[in-house]
Design a protein around this ligand. Structure first.
Ligand code: ZN
Length: 198
C-alpha cells in the first residue's frame, strides 16, 4: 500500500532558468500542506499537491515530504509530452513521480485548477465505509506514476471531484487548493465518523 520509491516513470528535461518562489500560489500550497499534516495525511514522502497557473504547474518535487514543504521543494512544470512521456520543468529538482497524472487531469478537466493527492490510511483501510458513502473508487489496481493509473483516475474524476485510487490513496480536484484540500479533509473526517458509528 505504501509506495516504495522505485524511480520516476518518465524523463525530465530541465530548463536552466529558475523561477520566483515568492508568490501567492506557493504560499497557498504550503498552507494546504500544513493543514494536511495536521490530519496526519502526509506520512513520509507520500502524496503531492499542485496548482495550475498561466506560468505552468507548480508541484512538489519528488522524494520531499509534503508535511514539511518549503518553497524550495516546489518545481514548475511548463510542459508534458505524453507520447514521449517527458516532463519539461524549471527549478532544478525532479518533479513528483505523479506529475504526469496531475498534468493530464488539468488538461482533461478545465474545472480543475488545483489537485491534492494523499495516501489517507483511514480511507484505504475502511473501504466498506467509502462504499457506504458512495465515494468513487478507481476500477482497476494500477501502478503509481504510470499512464494506466492516470487513465483510471481520469475516468473516476468524470463523476466527482474526489476519488479513491484503489489500494493507493485519494485524489481531489478544486478551483483552488483550499477547496481541494478541504474536500480531502472532509472525506477523511466523514470516514472516521462513519467507522465509529458502525
Ligand atoms: Zn501516491
Amino acid at each position: 500500500m505504501d509506495e516504495k520509491y522505485v524511480g520516476r516513470k518518465f524523463t525530465t528535461e530541465f530548463i536552466k532558468e529558475d523561477f520566483a518562489r515568492d508568490n501567492e500560489f506557493i504560499r497557498h500550497m504550503i498552507t494546504s500542506a500544513r493543514m494536511l499534516k495536521a490530519y496526519d495525511l502526509t506520512p513520509e514522502t507520500t502524496g503531492n499537491i499542485s496548482i495550475m497557473t498561466c506560468e505552468g504547474m507548480y508541484i512538489k518535487a519528488g522524494g520531499k515530504s509534503l508535511g514539511d514543504l518549503t518553497p524550495d521543494d516546489i518545481i514548475l512544470v511548463v510542459d508534458y509530452n505524453p507520447r514521449e512521456n517527458r516532463v519539461i520543468a524549471k527549478g532544478g529538482k525532479e518533479p513528483s513521480s505523479e506529475a504526469p497524472m496531475h498534468w493530464l487531469i488539468y488538461h482533461r478537466f478545465p474545472r480543475a485548477s488545483a489537485i491534492v493527492h494523499v495516501h489517507d490510511r483511514v480511507v484505504l483501510e475502511n473501504i466498506k465505509s467509502v462504499k457506504r458513502n458512495r465515494i468513487k473508487i478507481t476500477e482497476k489496481e494500477t501502478d503509481y506514476g504510470t499512464l494506466k493509473q492516470a487513465d483510471e483516475v481520469l475516468d473516476a474524476l468524470l463523476y466527482d471531484d474526489y476519488a479513491v485510487i484503489k489500494n493507493h490513496g485519494s485524489i481531489s480536484i478544486g478551483n483552488t487548493i483550499e477547496e481541494a484540500t478541504k474536500r480531502v479533509i472532509d472525506v477523511h473526517k466523514k470516514i472516521l465518523e462513519d467507522e465509529s458509528s458502525h
